[in-house]
Design a protein around this ligand. Structure first.
Ligand code: ATP
Length: 139
């Protein structure tokens, strides 16, 4: 494992969801997944609504990331996003109910806007359920 670390922060309008020195960061950009190790060249990407992962000393940290932007430079990685949760903080009952509500909205949607909003809510709920199920560390 490298001596060098990445200072990784996940920031929402409400709070800092995560801040720590980690060994690697993996996330899903709109053009595909990417992984960052210390000393990577500067990099930016718009983020998909999906999970992200950080590894530190052999431990895996999983997050749900509701879109946003990723920036890496000088061994600092920042995710700026509308909403994010650490895997262990996700209320799976809430996410399951949100998924069911979104599915019901989708089946009764009348307009393209209704479909778009229901699909977005469904994607958020599915990503939260995925992050919760991938989380092994209760972080
Ligand atoms: P819901 O319908 O359950 O509110 P949502 O997709 O509309 O879900 P968001 O608007 O994306 O929720 O998020 C609002 C706030 O609630 C954010 O701070 C987000 O981190 C938090 N949040 C949403 N769903 C969950 C969840 N299942 N567990 C923990 N926090 C959640």
């Amino acid at each position: 494992m490298s001596e060098k670390k990445i200072h990784f922060k996940i920031i929402t309008p409400e709070r800092i969801v995560f801040e720590d020195d980690v060994d690697s960061v993996t996330a899903k950009g709109v053009n595909g997944s990417f992984g960052i190790l210390p000393e990577h060249i500067p990099f930016m990407s718009t983020l998909d609504i999906d999970t992200a992962k950080a590894e530190k000393d052999g431990k895996e940290y999983i997050f749900s990331i509701i879109g946003g932007a990723f920036q890496f430079k000088n061994n600092e990685a920042i995710i700026l996003t509308e909403a994010a949760e650490c895997g262990g903080d996700i209320d799976t009952t809430r996410a399951q109910l949100a998924k069911e509500r979104a599915e019901a909205s989708l089946s009764s949607a009348q307009t393209q806007q209704d479909i778009k909003m229901a699909n977005a809510a469904l994607t958020r709920a599915m990503v939260r359920l995925k992050a919760a199920s991938q989380n092994n560390n209760n972080v």
